[in-house]
Design a protein around this ligand. Structure first.
Ligand code: C2E
Ligand code: MG
Ligand code: MG
Ligand code: MG
Length: 278
């Protein structure tokens, strides 16, 4: 009967919560040692200029292989790293590794490529954030305009005052700024004028159905034309098909990133890929 079923559901719910809590704890424990055990690597996803067909840059994406369990997705462990504060040392490693790699590719005569690094909200709010960026640029001798930080709209909407001063300091250093997952946050567009933003990355959820969903197609064209009027670069994320590519090109989108062109690659494979496109 219903009452017994309800009790079963509840018991199932508790077990499920327990499992999830244990899984979270296990990830957190694993993360504590992952840095020193060298379990992280960066993969790099190429970005393409739609007009010239040239490769314009890379987005660094963290990968974690746990020795006994295999691959753990960043979508799963980044939030746990944020809750536990481990995001700060992990992000510092990502930033240094990405800038070191970008510098190494410049020295190896790859075409000039921008290096995009994802910045999580907690990292952005961290007191040492700006100093950390400055130190890594100095240490790796990467020219600041090759570094592009990707932040989400949510970050911009909290503490507008302090956000503004951090963004202006980055801009003064010459570092570029892209808004990641653009269109998915609750935000006022006025920040696009107020803050020194260089690029918008159209979220993949809009790109996915542009050839079949008129609403998504309208949103994507609106973002592209708004970007053009505001003189912002517009990058489409998650492009998987020739139809999506054709639509974006017809709308005058400048850059794209997605499996259609290339999935994220280990550094050595990225280098081969970039040379083949040069
Ligand atoms: P994101 O920054 O929006 O990155 C794009 C995600 O879409 C990546 O997933 C990428 O592998 C995936 N992707 C790229 N092209 C395609 C495509 O054509 N189709 C589909 N279905 N997916 C595509 P990934 O690497 O699993 O990263 C997920 C999220 O985790 C990222 O979203 C970012 O928010 C976060 N993340 C990844 N690396 C880092 C990092 O080093 N630091 C921080 N703070 N966050 C990171
Ligand atoms: Mg990103
Ligand atoms: Mg994104
Ligand atoms: Mg995302």
């Amino acid at each position: 009967n219903a009452k017994e079923n309800g009790r079963d559901d509840f018991r199932f719910f508790l077990t499920d919560m327990n499992l999830r809590a244990r899984e979270q704890q296990s990830i957190e424990d694993g993360l504590r040692h992952a840095l020193e055990q060298h379990e992280f690597v960066l993969h790099y996803q190429p970005k393409l200029n739609l007009e010239t067909g040239a490769i314009t840059g890379a987005e660094a994406l963290i990968r974690w292989w746990r020795p006994d369990r295999g691959f753990v997705s960043p979508a799963q462990f980044i939030p746990i790293a944020e809750d536990s504060g481990l995001i700060v040392p992990i992000s510092q490693w990502v930033l240094r590794e990405a800038c070191r790699q970008a510098r190494a590719w410049r020295d190896a005569d790859l075409p000039p490529l921008s290096m995009a690094v994802n910045i999580s909200p907690l990292e952005f709010r961290n007191k040492g954030f700006l100093e950390g960026i400055r130190a890594v640029l100095h240490e790796t001798q990467l020219e600041p305009h090759y570094l592009e930080l990707e932040i989400t709209e949510g970050v911009l909407m909290q503490n507008i005052e302090s956000t503004g001063s951090v963004l202006r300091a980055l801009h003064d250093m010459g570092v570029r700024l892209a808004i990641d997952d653009f269109g998915t946050g609750y935000s006022s567009l006025s920040y696009l004028r107020r803050f020194p933003v260089d690029a918008l990355k159209i979220d993949q959820s809009f790109v996915r159905d542009i050839s079949t969903d008129a609403g998504d197609a309208a949103i994507v064209s609106a973002i592209i034309s708004m970007g053009r009027s505001l003189k912002l670069r517009v990058i489409a994320e998650g492009v998987e098909t020739a139809e999506q590519l054709a639509f974006l090109r017809a709308q005058g989108c400048e850059e794209m990133q997605g499996y259609y062109y290339s999935k994220p690659l280990p550094a050595d494979q990225f280098e081969v890929f970039a040379r083949s496109k040069a």
